[in-house]
Design a protein around this ligand. Sequence first.
Ligand SMILES: Nc1nc2c(ncn2[C@@H]2O[C@H](COP(=O)(O)OP(=O)(O)OP(=O)(O)O)[C@@H](O)[C@H]2O)c(=O)[nH]1
Length: 204
Amino acid sequence: MNDIYQGVVLAGGESRRFGSPKAFAEIDGIPFYQCSINAIQPFCSSIVIVTKPNLQEKFKRDRHNVAVINDVKEFRGQGPLAGLYSAMEYRASPWYMVTPIDVPFVEASIFGQLIKFIDKNIDGIVPIVSGKKQPLIAIYNYSIKDEIRHMLENGERSVQQLLGKFNIRYIPMNIEQSFININRKTDFFQYIQPEVSIFGEELK
Ligand SMILES: Nc1nc2c(ncn2[C@@H]2O[C@H](COP(=O)(O)OP(=O)(O)OP(=O)(O)O)[C@@H](O)[C@H]2O)c(=O)[nH]1
């Protein structure tokens, strides 16, 4: 565990495509948000779940080092960048270890790989999986905070756009399974409960 990493669990999304708050969907009885916490817990002495007011009370507060906050008022609900910015406002730290709540197969080993590339000359470390950047499972330096604010003030929410402005180290990884993203109920039934049909009936 290291004090240079602030853990950030992005949990303030709308889950429109899923139809109910994704953070509380479960895999083997474990809520998705807990899978995210588990992946960063080995590295972070402080973790913050950044969510929205109607969900805040629903996260279990059974660990002293996990806080639950809302997005800062001025950028509330303005996407993952608003969540990251709010975590940076919550606590200043050299690095932010970020994960969303809809990647239930995410593993600590991903972050174990990423931290090997920490360097004072870079602003972020982002995995590339099957040619696709994964900017929400990544590590960012505090140096990007002012630019996030500037972007949000101008109504710009694109994480990809943010990456283009900084010195980001991209790390190819070939563990697709760990990055599976659950956006829809059909994803849930495909990856989490393949034995259940999309009509919710057990397949014998
Ligand atoms: N704190 C915070 N997190 C967010 C916000 N928007 C999205 N997230 C998180 O960012 C991650 C990716 O979110 P998406 O899947 O793109 O969006 P979503 O709103 O959760 O889902 P859809 O409504 O179906 O697009 C998830 O962990 C979300 O909870 C926000 O405004 N604030």
